[in-house]
Write a protein that binds this ligand. Structure first.
Ligand SMILES: [Zn+2]
Length: 307
């Protein structure tokens, strides 16, 4: 997990290549995002030494486990308090790490080439500021527009999201390319709230943390549904097929039948594709409803309409 926060874009390219399913898009997008981060004086030291497309030794990015384990992974770790780069001996003494002088010199040279390439002024003494992580993902986490930003990056990668194929097969859909475009954009028109935009985006890209997914990445011991404990908790099951969830939605429809006459699994997942006020309101409701279901799985809330 440490590597996740402290490595450059090539790390995510590598993960995307090694992954065969849902994470592929996410890692590719993260890699692209890191590549697009602007290189600036004040944050230069926070760039990772490893898997960095700008720091190449022998034309390849590198990963040095002994350095990483010793806590050396950012450019600023190679700098002395006076702002100069450490000498080989200073480096060995400070981090007590076994390292070949040729590799050390290669790294310093490569960092200097990176500096020159972007005309970075990086010789001022630096105090360590803030937590030593997250240059690459802090915008996604902290920016109120994080979801939109991430979405734009996902879309700069012109290839179709792999989730579309999965949706098409699972739900037997025949949406045109343009219809998919509208569906993916709707995450940002339904609500202005970044939390719900990001939630909807994760559903559409099928990177939402259902038990099925958490089990696949070995984070949970069972893929079974948090509510019925009887079937795999896929996205489709959690938000529509689960008998316990079905019971709730049926109770709801008994009271609100008229506006939701055509409610089916497609509407639940993708919303109503119309721009009138009623459709907008229904779409907003469905986002809140699916979010409530998802949060209930995390907090083990007993499902009931009154909740
Ligand atoms: Zn269930």
């Amino acid at each position: 997990m440490q590597k996740f926060f402290h490595c450059g874009n090539h790390y995510f390219d590598k993960l995307a290549k090694e992954t065969i399913f849902f994470w592929k898009d996410t890692f590719t997008a993260l890699s692209r995002y890191i590549e697009l981060i602007s290189i600036e004086n004040h944050s230069f030291g926070k760039h990772s030494l490893f898997y960095n497309n700008n720091i190449l030794i022998g034309s390849k990015s590198v990963y040095l486990k002994s350095w990483f384990d010793a806590g050396v992974y950012n450019i600023e770790h190679l700098k002395a308090p006076d702002g100069k780069f450490l000498s080989y001996n200073e480096f060995i003494n400070r981090y007590n790490v076994l390292s070949n002088i040729l590799i050390f010199n290669g790294m310093i040279l490569s960092v200097k080439q990176f500096l020159n390439k972007y005309i970075i002024i990086y010789n001022i003494p630096q105090k360590s500021i803030g937590p030593d992580i997250l240059l690459y993902i802090k915008d996604i986490i902290s920016d109120i527009n994080g979801a939109k930003l991430f979405y734009n990056i996902l879309n700069k990668n012109k290839s179709k999201p792999t989730s579309i194929e999965k949706w098409t097969n699972n739900l037997n859909l025949a949406f045109s390319e343009n219809e998919w475009k509208i569906i993916f954009e709707m995450s940002f028109t339904i609500t202005k709230c970044a939390k719900f935009q990001w939630f909807k985006t994760r559903i559409l890209h099928r990177i939402i943390g259902t038990n099925h997914l958490l089990y696949k990445i070995k984070y949970k011991e069972s893929p079974l549904c948090s509510f019925c404990n009887n079937d795999v908790e896929s996205i489709e099951h959690l938000f529509w097929l689960c008998p316990i969830v079905k019971k709730i939605i049926n109770e709801f429809l008994e009271i609100n039948e008229a506006p939701f006459l055509s409610l089916g699994i497609k509407e639940m997942m993708f919303g109503y594709n119309a721009k009138d006020d009623l459709s907008n309101a229904k779409n907003l409701f469905l986002v809140y409803y699916t979010y409530f279901l998802f949060i209930s799985t995390l907090k083990s809330i007993v499902l009931s309409l009154s909740n």
